[in-house]
Write a protein that binds this ligand. Sequence first.
Ligand code: JCH
Length: 235
Amino acid sequence: MRVDVLTLFPEACQPFLESSIIGRAVRSGLVEISLTNYRDFTHDVHRSVDDRPFGGGQGMVMMCGPAFDAVEHVTQGCETPPTMILLTPQGERLNQRLVEELAESRHLVLLCGHYEGFDERIRIGLKAREVSIGDYVLSGGESAAMVLIDAIVRLQPGALGDEKSAADDSFSHGLLEHPQYTRPRSFRGMDVPEVLLSGHHAQIEAWKREQSLKRTAERRPDLLSDRESESGEQA
Ligand code: JCH
């Protein structure tokens, strides 16, 4: 998979993309991630990437020129059209279903904005999808792009190493994860639940399932109704 990140702050993204699971996936050639600065595709002496909004209003808007030129630069010579994504608070809400869909793409182009957002013609002209990582306002799209890349890269076969499968995680089965414990058995008067030490595999699995359902019902009842309407699978 190839991912192009278009940003005004490539230096802010780079350390994240070199770390941990993503860094390993990049080094092993599983994914190729490139950072491109809009600033390198400006047309004036001031290297402007933003301008005042037509019709008035506060703040500045990302201009079409640098965005289109940067996209054309990263997509030249591509045989199939890449999946274009604008990170914005107005987009389709990111969830694991959308992550799984985007993870199938051969080439993603992620456009990170700043100021008050993008000139609408960037979305229209690039036929870009708009994605929001949640209902809160960030100051720019970079952190949202890093969230999206993280969620997508770990789904690439081999990214987590052979021992672990992304299919084991919360959300892939539509429930929150059960509580987990490691050594020591007792810490400051708090003990690991007896069943986990019992060695009874079936009882342990039943406990995990019960805890997952309990947590999901308490914290995220919306997930339980999503599961019923999506699959008909029974808890
Ligand atoms: C962004 C902004 C629109 C402030 C500029 C670029 C994404 N899920 C999510 N939350 N926030 C973002 C995001 C992504 C890119 C940009 N801003 C600041 C944008 C606004 O409309 C009122 C306000 C925020």
